[in-house]
Write a protein that binds this ligand. Sequence first.
Ligand SMILES: [Zn+2]
Length: 301
Amino acid sequence: MPALNNTTLYRGRFAPSPSGALHLGSLVAAVGSYVDAKANNGTWLLRIEDLDPPREVAGAADSILRCLEAHGLHWDEEVSYQSQHHQYYQQSLQRLRELQLTYACDCSRKLIQQQGGHYRGYCRHRQVTAKQSSIRFFNHQPVVEFDDEHYGHIQADRAFAEEDFILRRKDGFYAYHLAMVTDDIRQGVTHVVRGADLLQPSACQLSLYRALAASPPYYLHLPVVVSQPGRKLSKQNHAPALNNDCASVNLTRVLTLLNHAVPAELNGADCASILHWAVGNWSRAKLPASYEVLIPKAENS
Ligand SMILES: [Zn+2]
């Protein structure tokens, strides 16, 4: 990536889904995206990905906002809520339809499992007219490799990258890749910094950028926090919610996990001072080379 200077546009974002409170793993993505943006004189946006009402938890979006504020992570511009932007996802879908890059599919999950778990374009030429059908992306020119600003050149898992993924679900909700890419384009996002669990899906998102003839962002993926190898901290794994009363300790832990240990003289400092230090000392080259970082045992509670 070219060295950034003061005139290079940088618009980054943090985009949590409100399916629960933030935990230490999500704080890594929040802090990493914030500090990388600020270290490059960038703008840092907050987008709530509330696209999937059945999976949302009442009050979670507000709790995420309060948690970020408690940690000194103040976003620029207005918070964007995906639930308020369906018209843009519809426009993207319409554009893809005009390009003949969509088709209806009524395959059940069970059928796809029987075919090996990856969708092989079974309905591409079937002219499905069932009311209960999803809309898939005709992924005929898939992106199968790309560069990550941290992990370098990535060869995507082809079975995954070449799939005709869903754009709009059977239940009528817009799917994750379509909404995310539409928003990142609409909001002028130039840099996507997030957890390495989203490294493979980047290939699908890049295929959408290509289809929509939009310039893709730079990707910078960060190691995922695990409680034991392969076991990501997540809401599903009952990772404890962050305690806002320990915000500066939480920031220090996250920065240590990212190989940016805060110097001893900042022990007990407030969040603003810790973040100020992190922005001034941020180095992508210092990020852990691994895809996972393990939280120390004593902290697994
Ligand atoms: Zn199908």
